[in-house]
Design a protein. Structure first.
Length: 395
């Protein structure tokens, strides 16, 4: 049927629209599926001979086919579209370039380690900034393309790309002067790559060396988001005439990663946790912290939105960027946590609570997150305070 519709589009004809059902007494005889068999060489015989894996792989620098027992996390970073999306994120990529190439005195004649090097773009920035040598590490098969990219850009004598896990490989040098990495995930800590950066810091970074970025600040605000929340909630009420409302609650156990319009922000912004990569320990990445925001206008609120800001400090020219709703789009977007129901708030009302985040027992790259919401209206206003505590999984 889809082929018929597509053929009608190509031919420039409309379909018949409503077609009356064939009366029960005049049912047409069933027609066997008709296949117009190809006689073209390479399309005949056994299906096993139709696809030539060797010829397919011959045109590639690396084979990204899933390997039995492989790590899907690293294999996901062997997909080109992920790297294309990240490289097209101008806020992300230009911030790294400005931090590195905008501070040549910090990189001149230095040994640099690029963790999770991907296509090698940060390694090349470091080489262009004057680094003596750059070691790029990645466990994904994208490294085969990174080596080619390094070579065709003339940096093969300055950049060495190593495939493997940071925790398992041996570097050709005992220490490095600078560590650079784009390790951040959704809600900052999703994917747990910061653990790897801290491992490398403790093992290889010279005392007084640079780690870039070196600071991360997580932020939170209350949002009005009735339309979107209701669409997600009530979608399950009637799905092609089927009541699937039992799924509605499940739809909110995972936070929503999406771009939030800054006009939806109803409250002040609170910085609820900050990480200094020069001093933080892996154990500190599981945290429980407090937040408090004050309403700036009368409205209804339906949840909180979180994001993070990134700082490249310790150099002459400090560079910052934000993944929040007040700036340009980034591929990290923002992370929204809806609570149960909504609150009609007035200017000056308070929403406060706690945010706890830990690695999931099921998958250490996922996050288990618990949030408490305590709505506090002004005293003697006739509105009762209200509290709730919800749990989420970011996976």
């Amino acid at each position: 049927m889809e082929d018929d519709l597509e053929e009608q589009k190509v031919a420039g004809h409309r379909g018949k629209g409503f077609v009356k059902s064939t009366p029960a007494g005049n049912k047409s005889k069933p027609v066997a599926s008709e296949v117009r068999k190809s006689v073209e060489p390479g399309f005949t015989g056994s299906p096993d001979g139709w696809f030539d894996d060797a010829a397919f792989k011959k045109g590639l620098i690396a084979d990204f086919t899933h390997k039995e027992g492989g790590d899907y996390y690293f294999e996901s970073y062997s997909n080109f579209y992920i790297h294309e999306e990240m490289l097209k994120d101008k806020v992300r990529t230009e911030s790294y370039r400005n931090a590195i190439e905008g501070n040549p005195e910090a990189f001149k004649d230095k040994i640099v380690l690029d963790i999770g090097c991907g296509t090698g773009v940060l390694s090349i920035f470091a080489a262009r900034a004057g680094a003596k040598h750059v070691y790029g590490i990645d466990n994904a098969d994208i490294v085969h393309y990174a080596r080619e990219i390094v070579k065709v850009n003339g940096f093969q004598d300055t950049i060495t790309i190593i495939q493997g896990k940071v925790e398992e490989i041996a570097l050709p040098v005992e220490k490095v002067d600078i560590i650079i990495s784009e390790w951040m995930g959704y809600f900052l800590l999703y994917e747990s790559m910061m653990d790897t950066v801290l491992y490398a810091r403790d093992k290889w970074l010279n005392k007084g060396g640079l780690i870039l970025p070196d600071r991360c600040i997580m932020k939170v605000a209350a949002i009005e988001d009735e339309d979107y929340k209701n669409k997600k909630l009530h979608f399950w009420d009637n799905v092609y005439g089927i009541n699937m409302s039992c799924l509605a609650a499940a739809a909110f156990v995972e936070p929503i990663v999406d771009s939030v319009n800054h006009e939806a922000i109803v409250s002040t912004v609170d910085s609820f946790i900050e990480f200094d990569l020069n001093t933080i320990k892996v154990a500190d990445l599981e945290y429980a912290t407090k937040y408090s925001v004050k309403m700036k206008r009368e409205d209804a609120i339906h949840g909180i939105v979180t994001w993070f800001d990134i700082v490249f400090g310790g150099m002459k020219n400090e560079i910052r960027f934000s993944t929040g709703p007040f700036g340009e789009y980034t591929h990290w977007k923002q992370t929204v946590f809806y609570f149960d129901g909504s609150y009609d708030v007035g200017r000056g009302d308070i929403l406060e609570g706690s945010i706890a985040c830990k690695k999931s027992k099921d998958n250490f790259r996922a996050c288990d997150i618990k949030v408490s919401f305590h709505y506090i209206p002004p005293p003697d206003c006739g509105v009762e305070p209200h509290s709730q505590v919800l749990q989420y999984k970011l996976r």
